[in-house]
Design a protein around this ligand. Structure first.
Ligand code: HEM
Length: 471
């Protein structure tokens, strides 16, 4: 990453095509013949701090010094292995789910979203919830949201100041929060003032603002290893809880779930195999997950895309000429920019699984129970996959489809992001509206550094821009 992760930091061998590398479950005999991956030799506290605050530097340095597969001593128990070779990533994403439970249940998100949500639950319970929610986030369902997204974007863009610098990230959050709340609660437009949904919207905004405070990073560190929240996280959660339980109680009272088609009504109608309805606590975990996972990630992904685009004049001009000129390739050009932004600045930089069998990873082997994490950031910066990986080049996507194990900003396998289609649709629509309506510049030429917050990587100054003209 331009300022923090220098091009010279990742001298990868095998430029051209990736050399195949074996990976996957193995038996005890095979494990006995394999070495353990090399370990980062620093005190644990320093490793935790570096991973939490400057993950991009931490992993790229380890990659350079220790090679393609390495271990560190971090937040997650059991010294996670970091992988970035597409064959190693594929072994995690294609294994039967019971062999590769997700690490999200052990991540810093866990105190916020609880243990019952589709993001944090495992096994049968996870598959059941995923099946239940999938239709609501399927491509066809998302296509129906397009006009609603367009209206949310237009409403927001019309209010942006002209000629003075402002942060794009909170403005993008306003759009994506409206979109996800419409989907979940079936509200058209912004929730009406002083309704339970309006209070949940306010609470969510408040919690996201709090998570940007410097003290929140201390709070994040304090929560590591705790299954129940402490400190500032506890306060933030109580704000969210009050609002969420109020919405649930209100909907239960209204008792009109049968006539409604929004996601909350669907959850209220759903029954487990034993016929039991979801409890308030289960509903709360699901709603908080969908609201938080469903708006912040997309908003920051859009913010990064503009942070990059406004600092890459060639790419900016090409996109503008195509979209404003109504050229046939306009939709493709937008897609290239989004793909490239998600490649070079993946908002979620790493995803993990805890392997339940001994596992081969290239020349190395690890025993059952080892956490293995796929570094999206490292894979996306491999020179053998993406020549000149530190340059922002939307053109590299012309005639190229993102490879499942080479470009995975949404993770993969049975834990792949449920909202991927929605997130892509939102980015396309918002991009199109912004390019057509606004002339945008960065507030200053230097790139924004990455800041790590919970499991996300966001632009440190909130993607500050100046709108020069509105059309
Ligand atoms: C650009 C925006 C987004 C990015 C980069 C993103 C990224 C991710 C990633 C990396 C994962 C973990 C996947 C894995 O472990 O393999 C994930 C999971 C998830 N995301 Fe997203 N996400 C985005 C938008 C959304 C949206 C709009 C929603 C809507 C509700 C959403 C809901 C979820 C859920 C529910 C999961 C858990 C899936 C499971 O464990 O089965 N995300 N996302």
């Amino acid at each position: 990453m331009a300022e923090t992760l220098e091009a010279t930091e990742l001298p990868l061998e095998g430029r051209g095509t990736t050399t195949p590398s074996p990976a996957g479950p193995i038996d005890a005999a095979e494990l006995a013949g394999l070495a353990e991956p090399p370990m980062i030799q620093l005190p644990r506290a320093i490793q935790v701090l570096r991973f939490t605050m400057r993950q991009e530097q931490f992993v790229s340095r380890a990659r350079r010094e220790l090679g393609e597969v390495f271990r560190f001593n971090g937040v997650i128990a059991g010294r996670p292995v970091v992988v970035s070779h597409p064959d190693h990533v594929k072994s995690l994403f294609t294994a039967p789910p019971e062999l590769v439970p997700s690490l999200t249940g052990e991540s810093p998100l866990r105190p916020f979203v609880g243990e019952n949500s589709v993001l944090t639950s495992q096994g049968e319970r996870h598959m059941r919830q995923r099946k239940l929610l999938l239709p609501a986030f399927h491509g066809d369902a998302v296509a129906r949201y397009s006009q609603m997204i367009e209206r949310a974007a237009e409403r927001e863009i019309a209010r942006w100041p002209v000629g003075e610098p402002f942060q794009l990230a909170p403005r993008m959050q306003a759009i994506t929060l409206d979109v996800i709340m419409s989907g979940i609660f079936g509200i058209e437009g912004r929730p009406k003032h002083d309704t339970p949904e309006w209070r949940l919207r306010q609470a969510t905004k408040q919690v996201v603002t709090m998570s940007n405070w410097a003290i929140a990073q201390v709070g994040e560190l304090m929560n590591l290893g705790h299954s129940e929240p402490v400190g500032i996280a506890k306060l933030a959660i109580s704000i969210l809880d009050r609002a969420t339980y109020e919405v649930i109680a209100d909907r239960r009272r209204a008792d009109d779930a049968g006539d409604r088609h929004d996601i909350l009504s669907m959850l209220l109608r759903s029954r487990a195999d034993d016929g039991e309805a979801l409890t308030d606590r289960e509903l709360r975990d699901e709603l908080v997950t969908l609201v938080l996972a469903g708006h912040e990630t997309t908003a920051n992904s859009l913010s990064w895309a503009w942070e990059r685009l406004t600092r890459t004049p060639d790419a900016y001009d090409e996109l503008y000429e195509s979209v404003r000129g109504g050229r046939e390739d306009a939709a493709d050009q937008i897609e290239y920019v989004i793909n490239e932004a998600m490649r070079s600045r993946p908002v979620v930089p790493i995803v993990g699984r805890r392997v339940q069998s001994a596992w081969r990873i290239g020349d190395f082997g690890v025993p059952a129970g080892t956490p293995v994490s796929a570094s999206i950031l490292l894979t996306h910066h491999r020179e053998d996959l993406y020549p000149d990986p530190y340059a922002f080049k939307p053109r590299r996507w012309a005639g190229r489809k993102p490879g499942t194990y080479e470009w995975f900003p949404f993770g993969g396998g049975t834990r792949r992001c449920l909202g991927a289609s929605l997130a892509m649709a939102e980015q396309r629509v918002v991009f199109d509206a912004m390019v057509k309506r606004l002339d945008i510049e960065a507030d200053r030429p230097e790139p924004e550094r990455a800041r790590h917050r919970n499991v996300t990587m966001i632009p440190a100054r909130g993607a500050r821009v100046v709108v020069r003209a509105r059309h």
